[in-house]
Design a protein around this ligand. Structure first.
Ligand code: HPA
Length: 272
């Protein structure tokens, strides 16, 4: 099956099973259960969507949910695909192409990330202002899909300026200390070395992680507006004299879940 056919078939299946929405959210590590907040929710497992890859990471359920949140139809992706799992870039970003086909206009991407900025601490929420791609990969390599977007898409406003202003005002209203910063995509799956983290700091990164950038690039290519948030689940390698482990990452994610959900809900409510 060629790529466009895969996209179209997946989109058709999803539309028939759960419908569609203007707003979509990708739930990062530990945030998977935000999907429970949707009213009149319909869901479909990735395994039941033809052409969809399968999620393999603990804490990522692997389903799409569509339902109502503060009066708006919202689609949520519980479980995403990472290149470190061995998925080719076209699989990592297939769900974003499918969302574009389904008419999604605004995409909120979330993740767990390591704090590079020394003023951060575990449990901080950071709005992503920009990204640095140190993965060596780009999901747009290959023949351009002209029906989605241009060969050389502009990335100077990858995280939409107006949506960022909206998120800041929501955070202020909720009295959430929302940090802002640059997210650096590293390929993983090992956590970074202290030397790599010092390098990313010199380059201007505030947080590091193993996701989000491929989805952002493809969403921008498709003309969507993107808003991104990182939950700083741990300080990055070498900042504290302690090892980093996946359980800590998940645990911090759970700890700030309430605050994170409140912020996302408020942003979605005020999005137009
Ligand atoms: N590095 C990369 N990815 C991550 C980290 C980290 O420290 N924490 C959570 N995801």
């Amino acid at each position: 099956m060629d790529y466009i056919t895969r996209i179209n078939r997946a989109a058709e299946t999803i539309k028939n099973a759960i419908g569609t929405a203007d707003i979509a959210v990708i739930l990062g590590s530990g945030l998977g259960d935000f999907g429970n907040e949707l009213k009149n929710a319909r869901e479909i497992a990735y395994a039941d969507i033809p052409g969809f890859p399968h999620a393999t990471v603990k804490g990522h359920a692997g389903k799409l949910i569509c339902g109502e949140l503060v009066g708006k139809q919202v689609m949520m992706m519980s479980g995403r695909f990472h290149s470190y799992e061995g998925h080719p870039m076209e699989d990592v970003t297939l769900p974003i192409r499918v969302m574009a086909r389904l008419g999604v206009k605004n995409l909120i991407v979330t993740n767990a990330a390591g704090g590079v900025n020394l003023s951060f601490s575990a449990g901080c929420l950071m709005m992503i202002t920009d990204f640095i791609n140190l993965s060596g990969k780009n999901p747009l390599v290959g023949e351009n899909l002209d029906e989605f977007g241009p060969r050389f898409p502009d990335m100077s406003n990858a995280y939409d300026k107006d949506l960022r202003a909206l998120a800041l005002s929501c955070a202020r209203e909720l009295k959430i200390d929302l940090k802002q910063g640059v997210y650096c995509w590293m390929s993983g799956p090992c956590y970074e070395t202290p030397a790599e983290i010092r390098m990313t700091r010199i380059l201007g990164a505030d947080a590091v992680g193993m996701s989000t950038v491929p989805e952002t690039i493809v969403a921008v290519h498709s003309g969507m507006k993107v808003l991104g948030f990182s939950c700083i689940t741990n300080m990055a390698a070498g900042v504290l004299d302690q090892p980093i482990n996946h359980e800590e990452v998940m645990e911090t994610g759970r700890r700030v879940r309430g605050e994170f959900s409140a912020l996302l809900t408020s942003v979605i409510e005020k999005m137009n």
